[in-house]
Ligand binder design. Structure first.
Ligand SMILES: [Zn+2]
Length: 567
């Protein structure tokens, strides 16, 4: 492509309403423009990236045995009323009425449509299993669209649905989709994690995973192992229990006055101890009843874990008034023997020389040992993991990552097949309900997630597999016949070898051209300068900035090699 003909305008200024870097770069590098809030036009460079991402997705879905279909955007509201999701979605769903006053929606997702289709087409066990997928535009009327394609109102997704005879079949389909997702993100060339989003499914076959592109700009915190593939959302991550420590040398407890100490930091300062020695008690209201959580001062209560352990619907912090009323002590002076139901974190056993609130007012007891100086009863893992905790799978070290969710695989079971009567007859003529899974991947979202991870101060750094073009040829001075001829010759040679080339044939200053090239971020750049007359050009790698001077033949050979590495 000749840049002089390309439908492209780059922007020098950062657009005022774009906060995240990927949104800014999408606009500045001329990949897209905004039509209206949360709705974007993809321009030629942006469309080429999306097309390549969707092609990788398509190839890997097909390889995994899924079959492509195309379902309608417009769906009768009636389907959504049958599933009960019309209410769940509420104003998030774009609704419209046709000329016959029939209520319709613009599909935010397609479980209803696909299940009603399969209900009509599938009747026998011989027709199963089947996995269907589509790549389509979805609509969500977000209250606050932001961050460009990361939270837009119109976006593209690949959504797949599996239909199986039984749970074992669902496990196979789920595994096939999970592996296809790994291949997709490997091929795109982005760092990602498959995050276990299922509480209490460590090691086993989880019921749902989120695929996260790692980026500091991500909204979600992930605890991931540095040695194996274990990763989980912070709400769900579990480490291994800390070793139970030997406290035989700890002297007898002693009471010391600590007036006015309300926080862990106060105690650390006044008593000159580590936060990890302090045994704190946090009082909650669980389904209306008081419950205390007891854990180390340097650990945080994980309210999801506590809630699951208690099996309650609601859990909130008690007010200072409630704490005083129930324990007779102000906040900060409640100990494990407070008379309430106490749930101990299992790592309370790692404390060898502890500090607890004393029965004496305005005082704490030091040299306290759990089990020796107070009874430890009901115990569970009720805390957030910390960096450095041991991985539950391999014992390696956990660390925190930020991530942007780009895909989700999910075992649905019979939720939709029951509602829509999607059944089959088994070998014995018995009617059975089809078991489903669903597998989403936001293809427009991936573009921006990749940019969040792959950019620097000058612009985007595209991975080769999804770059809008592979190579940018930049003649420094288009008025110089030698440079012009060399650039043209390279352009033709590379294109004839299947390389996608953008040739900057504009009559612009070199500085402008180089700035644009860095902003657009093609993986390789050839600069055709003064040495063009000697048959020498410069090859620059966008990601590393590495520059080498090469003959034309060498340049062509290296580029072909990089673009098409032997598989
Ligand atoms: Zn591990």
């Amino acid at each position: 492509m000749r840049q002089s003909r390309l439908f492209l305008t780059t922007l020098r200024e950062v657009p005022a309403d774009a906060e995240v870097i990927s949104h800014q770069l999408m606009l500045r590098a001329g990949l897209m423009r905004q039509l209206t809030s949360g709705v974007y036009e993809l321009l030629p460079l942006g469309w080429r990236v999306l097309y390549k991402i969707e092609q990788i997705v398509r190839e890997e879905m097909d390889r995994a045995g899924a079959q492509e279909v195309l379902l309608p955007t417009i769906q009768p509201l009636e389907l959504w009323e049958r599933s009960g999701r019309s209410e769940d979605y509420g104003p998030l769903m774009f609704r419209l009425t046709d000329r016959h006053e029939r209520a319709m929606v613009l599909g935010p997702t397609h479980e209803e449509v696909i299940t009603s289709l399969v209900q009509q087409e599938i009747h026998s066990y011989r027709q199963l299993p089947v996995i269907l997928y589509q790549i389509q535009t979805k609509f969500r009327d977000e209250p606050r669209p932001r961050a460009g394609l990361l939270r837009g109102r119109e976006f593209r997704m690949k959504d797949a649905y599996s239909f199986d005879l039984d749970e074992a079949g669902l496990d196979r389909s789920y595994r096939a989709m999970f592996e296809a997702y790994c291949r997709i993100f490997d091929r795109i060339g982005v760092r990602y994690r498959a995050v276990d989003a299922d509480p209490g499914a460590i090691g086993g076959e989880g019921g749902t995973h989120e695929f996260m592109v790692l980026s500091d700009a991500g909204e979600d915190t992930i605890a991931g192992c540095t040695s194996c593939d274990y990763a989980a959302n912070i709400e769900k991550a579990a480490g291994q229990a800390l070793p139970r420590a030997d406290a035989t040398a700890t002297p007898a407890p002693q009471t010391v006055p600590t007036p006015g100490t309300r926080t862990i930091e106060d105690l650390v300062r006044v008593l000159n101890v580590d936060a990890g020695q302090i045994i704190k008690v946090v009082v909650y209201v669980a389904d209306g009843q008081p419950v205390a959580a007891c854990l180390r001062g340097d650990h945080e209560v994980n309210e999801v874990k506590l809630k699951n352990h208690l099996g309650v619907r609601t859990l909130e912090l008690a007010t200072p008034e409630q704490v005083l009323q129930w324990t007779g002590k102000p906040v900060g002076f409640v100990g494990p023997q407070c008379g309430l139901r106490v749930v101990f974190d299992r790592d309370i056993w790692s404390v060898t020389d502890g500090v607890v609130a004393s029965d004496t007012p305005d005082a704490h007891d030091i040299h306290v040992v759990p089990g020796r100086d107070f009874p430890v009863g009901e115990t569970a893992d009720i805390r957030n993991v910390r960096e450095g905790d041991a991985c539950p799978k391999c014992g390696g070290s956990l660390r925190f990552y930020r991530g942007i969710e780009v895909g989700h695989v999910f075992k649905l079971g019979t939720k939709y097949s029951k509602v829509f009567g999607a059944v089959y007859q088994d070998e014995n003529g018995q009617e059975r309900t089809i078991i489903m899974g669903c597998y989403g991947l936001g293809t427009t979202r991936v573009i921006q997630a990749v940019i969040e991870q792959c950019h620097d101060a000058d612009g985007i750094i595209w991975p080769m597999a999804i770059a809008p073009y592979h190579v940018h040829i930049v003649p420094v001075n288009t008025a110089d016949p030698a440079q012009q001829q060399t650039a043209e010759a390279l352009y033709e040679q590379l294109r004839s070898r299947g390389v996608e080339v953008l040739l900057d044939d504009r009559d612009e200053r070199p500085g402008v051209k180089f700035k644009d090239a860095d902003l657009i971020g093609l993986p390789l750049r050839i600069t055709v300068g003064r040495k063009a007359g000697d048959g020498v050009v410069e090859l620059k790698e966008r990601a590393t900035g590495q520059v080498s001077e090469l003959t034309l033949e060498q340049a062509v050979a290296q580029i072909v090699e990089r673009v098409n590495p032997s598989r």
